[in-house]
Design a protein around this ligand. Structure first.
Ligand SMILES: CC(C)(COP(=O)(O)OP(=O)(O)OC[C@H]1O[C@@H](n2cnc3c(N)ncnc32)[C@H](O)[C@@H]1OP(=O)(O)O)[C@@H](O)C(=O)NCCC(=O)NCCS
Length: 393
């Protein structure tokens, strides 16, 4: 189906007002059209389907980290269809039209927070975000060192040498899909005294933003960490040491951490900690070749022959031969047909493997991963890696 005539960017006031109305009806939320104003031009674009419009989607242009490289990502939000337009392929047409365009623009990944994983899997997305959310008593933090210097951030001035932005950049480099935040994505309160949301720079290598949970629990509040970043394990320990100093007001701490942080081993009594793994965000590789070129590989010299099947974006489907050395791809070539791969996967599984959301050892539990060589030859290529993102769009 040629979708080009029915899929278009929405830029006029009339179209953007209609898009807001579609969204309001789809998400069953109130919207007063008399208060509509044109949005400021920003990094996101609204796309629509149908004449008259029935479906919309917001596409946000981000940079995200992937194995230490900064790559382009399309963040999807505001996916909505009018009730009377549902089931007519509006959202399918939007993805079908936009995805080849993203690939041409060298966008490597697309991410979203789904209402249903089954729905977005149809378009090649797969679950990649498994946030580790902890709740622990303040007392558990008594073992951590008190930082020498702590500075409250009372004004938010984005700039190239803002220490929080520099820390977040270094933190992101170690984590797949961490967003290189645009100014508007920072959650530092403009007025912490008014907003009861506090950000502290901890030494030179960490920061934390927290607020209190509305309901006091046994007279003591829960301290909810909304954002944090650190350059080193010692810097994270100092965040904990700082939070412990707040035990007069707060009885417990609620925080999310990248999966690789072994918090249950860092505190003396693991029975004190409750850990919930929240499986939520999805991603898809938009540009398979580019992902293979940028992925981190073992230090040894080696080769990988992988067949990727992308039913939704067939131009990605093919057999890829990677030669790698010293941790990097030396050459990635592609054949559309023929040849026997070491590994055959769907684009959904490929996305999980390159990001390290699943290691190959884990993926082999799934029935759709076909491995034609001794798996021990390939497991060092696809280890488990940290995937951690929480920026909303
Ligand atoms: C979810 C929603 C956007 C789907 O819109 P739509 O226009 O009906 O989608 P499409 O017609 O393009 O459907 C695409 C495919 O998804 C399937 N599908 C539609 N709604 C679905 C649902 N709720 N759950 C699972 N699959 C669904 C369709 O059957 C179709 O399958 P096919 O192409 O393989 O035949 C729409 O129901 C909506 O606006 N919901 C409320 C807002 C919302 O939850 N948005 C998502 C936020 S993450």
């Amino acid at each position: 189906m040629d979708n080009s005539s029915t899929v278009r960017p929405l830029t006029t006031a009339e179209d953007l007002l209609k898009a807001r109305q579609i969204s309001a009806v789809a998400f069953v939320s109130p919207f007063d059209a008399t208060k509509f104003t044109m949005p400021e031009p920003g990094p996101s674009q609204v796309w629509g389907y149908g004449d008259p419009l029935t479906s919309t989607m917001h596409v946000h242009d981000f940079g995200v980290w992937f194995d230490g490289s900064l790559v382009k990502c399309a963040g999807i939000g505001g996916v909505a269809s009018l009730p009377e337009g549902r089931g007519q392929g509006g959202i399918r047409s939007l993805f079908a039209s936009l995805m080849p365009k993203w690939k041409k623009e060298d966008i490597v990944f697309s991410t979203l927070y789904p209402f249903s994983h089954l729905f977005y899997r149809k378009f090649g997305y797969e679950l990649v975000q498994r946030t580790h959310r902890y709740r622990l008593p303040m007392a558990a933090l008594s073992v951590f060192p008190r930082p020498e210097r702590v500075t409250m951030i009372t004004q938010w001035n984005p700039s190239d040498d803002n220490p929080l932005m520099l820390i977040h950049r270094d933190f992101g480099k170690q984590i797949n899909l961490a967003v290189l935040r645009k100014d508007a994505q920072w959650r530092v309160a403009q007025d912490p005294y008014r907003d009861v949301r506090y950000t502290y720079l901890i030494g030179d290598d960490a920061f934390v933003t927290f607020t209190k949970d509305a309901k006091p629990d046994a007279d003591l509040y829960t301290l909810r960490v909304e954002d944090l970043a650190y350059r080193t394990p010692q810097a994270l320990r100092e965040i904990f040491g700082f939070l412990y100093a707040l035990r007069a007001q707060y009885g417990q701490v609620d925080l999310s951490l990248p999966p690789s942080v072994p918090l249950t081993d860092m505190i003396p009594e693991c029975y004190d900690v409750s850990l919930e793994v929240q499986a939520h965000g999805m991603a898809r590789v938009v540009h398979v070749q580019r992902a293979l070129e940028l992925m981190r590989y073992p230090q040894e010299t080696g080769a990988l022959c992988i067949h990727v099947d992308d039913a939704f974006l067939p131009e990605n489907t093919g057999l890829y031969l990677v030669r790698y050395a010293q941790g990097k791809a030396q050459e990635v070539t592609r054949e559309r047909f023929g040849g026997r791969p070491d590994l055959k996967v769907s684009v959904q599984r490929f996305t999980q493997l390159v990001l390290g959301s699943l290691s190959l050892s884990q993926a082999l539990w799934l029935s759709d991963v076909e491995c034609y060589v001794d798996p021990s030859r390939l497991t060092p290529i696809f280890p488990k890696k940290d995937v951690f993102f929480s920026d909303y769009f």
